[in-house]
Ligand binder design. Sequence first.
Ligand code: SF4
Length: 470
Amino acid sequence: MSRILQKPQSFYESFNRKPSQKHTTHYCPGCGHGILNKLMGEAIDQLNIQDRLIFVGPVGCGVFFYYYFHCAGISAPHGRASAVATGVSRSHPDAITISYQGDGDLAALGTNNALHAANRGERMIVFFINNNLYGMTGGQMAPTTLVDQKTTTSPYGRSLDNDGAPLRMAEIMALLDGPVLVARVAVNNPRNIRQARKVIQKGFQAQKEKKGYVFIEILSQCPTNWKKSPLEACKWIDETVSRYYPLGIKKDIVEETPSRSRRLEKSTFSRVAKTLKLDKQEETLTDVSSLPFDPISFKSAGFGGQGVLSLGMIFADAAMKKNLHVTWLPSYGPEMRGGTANSGVVISTDDIGSPVVDTPNLLVAMNKPSLIKFGPLVPSDGWLFYNSSLIDELPDLKASPFPVPATEIAKEAGTIKVANTVFLAVIAAKSKLFTLDELSMLLKEYFPEERVYQMNLYALKAGFKLAENL
Ligand code: SF4
């Protein structure tokens, strides 16, 4: 059988994506992905590099690569394949790293990752499949969608005025110093497929010789979302798509580029453990047998910068040290200072089903908007603490509110930043979950600088004293 008609050796013998169809891929009939995969497999066979491959797959139509390519592989979160491939490539200096990404993945969500990987000249080969839209998710407009092209999210066609011009990624990549080879090919007719085969072979050869970063953009037909027959889709690439996205080599300095190796930062287990602070023996606090609420659904809320996230985190951390089940879920607006923020903590003696705190039975409201938003959600038997230094008017509430002049006490301590520690002390004392000594010890870990620790300690002691009267 002619080599062209054979399945590449670097493919699995049978594809187990669908139990009933061992020899077909999941791609739609007429899709360009299958042709591209075949060309890649051929080049891998020809250069005998299968055992050196690490394939980083995307979220997108290429997500199931691991059913076809018989090599090491890792799936990256959406848009992050180039970043993951960077880690793979740097930690495996002898591997040949593939980053396989579609236009939603590389030209939208992961543009920054992709550009910086290219600019750094990471040692990897990037296959960028450009079919002008988000394929897997149903044909939404992508940065590569052509002007006037209709998609599910541009039903009247992409507007140049509203949406800008389609991104020509290959041309952008070719402007950077990092890449050694940048090309745009297509897989829509025999002539273009032959040309694509040559470029792909050259790209893999450059990887084999450790020459650096290679970017190959592939104009690939998507008959399903283009709503065309496979033949019409192939013609459309010739007649329309490749006019905006001209085929060809955009940059080629492979020959004159020497093989490169990056300095590999050698790390040891003890070094990693030290960095992650895992080298210290974990302090475990005395266990608790019961909770005031089981589970405690705690919400701390306030302005960004008031320490509501760290209040939740320290509370959760302390509970974890008591061998309780905990979750911590932060939520904040784009502005960390001045915007609103809250964190939800669930503490339980049993497994926790969800970290979401919709109806808190324990609330700390550090400012008025938080009290207005979350206060009415606290049930009548719940505990509600509010910052009486900043809140002079209360909304209608089911639960009895406990005033805590946290900002005033924090000012006495030396900085309003420790207002959250006042609340930490109050809820610890009221719930009898943690002693003053236990929290003092914990805060020392969080605030090793003596001056900062002393301010927090002042706030902690004042909070415990205040709680005696609540
Ligand atoms: S949706 Fe388009 S890109 Fe995805 S597999 Fe089908 S034809 Fe190919």
